[in-house]
Design a protein around this ligand. Sequence first.
Ligand SMILES: CC(C)(COP(=O)(O)OP(=O)(O)OC[C@H]1O[C@@H](n2cnc3c(N)ncnc32)[C@H](O)[C@@H]1OP(=O)(O)O)[C@@H](O)C(=O)NCCC(=O)NCCS
Length: 187
Amino acid sequence: MPHSIELDTSRLHLRQWQPEDFAPFANMNADPTVMAHFPATLDRAASDAMASRCQSLIAERGWGLWALEEKSSGNFIGFTGLHIPQADLPFSPCIEIGWRLASTYWGNGYATEAAQKALQTGFDTLGFSEIVSFTALGNQKSRAVMERLDMQQDPHSFEHPAIPECNPLRKHCLYRLTKAQWQEQQH
Ligand SMILES: CC(C)(COP(=O)(O)OP(=O)(O)OC[C@H]1O[C@@H](n2cnc3c(N)ncnc32)[C@H](O)[C@@H]1OP(=O)(O)O)[C@@H](O)C(=O)NCCC(=O)NCCS
């Protein structure tokens, strides 16, 4: 079993999930503002199941959707990290980068800061050749993170197979970043 990778930025600690994270994570997932671009908020059981899944994948692979801790307060503020999507997407197989923060912590640059560290780890430590990100077309805040990371928007949008056909959230945009593009950005 690989050891769990833990990462630091100037303001954040990206770490394995702890039992104390589950309650604040459930509060986030019950917040309609946080979940505005998902089909529904999550109840406590669904939120706990997601946190447990993130925890087991980090334990199994050493990497994943890391819990984010704000260093100045020690508070759990959400997650950012790398994931292999389960859904059969038009560009599968792929490595996805994703983020979800409690709304009180938006507007501080935390998601971008954590994602930059996750990208560095994905390319330099884990050796991935491309990392993608995708979201519902109207999720401007998430798209802004992708753009701040200099990810390139794919010209084709796609229908997310896990979202019902009649739901307007089904239409997604896709952003991609190759290792070569990322290395170029570092110079
Ligand atoms: C997507 C999400 C993580 C983006 O959060 P965010 O706070 O807007 O993004 P960042 O953490 O990168 O912060 C950027 C903002 O902080 C500001 N900022 C303030 N201090 C900053 C600093 N020291 N450094 C950088 N940016 C700073 C930036 O100007 C920017 O503000 P703006 O949105 O007014 O332009 C958040 O909206 C979220 O969790 N949404 C719900 C979950 C979700 O939809 N996830 C994606 C599904 S695919």
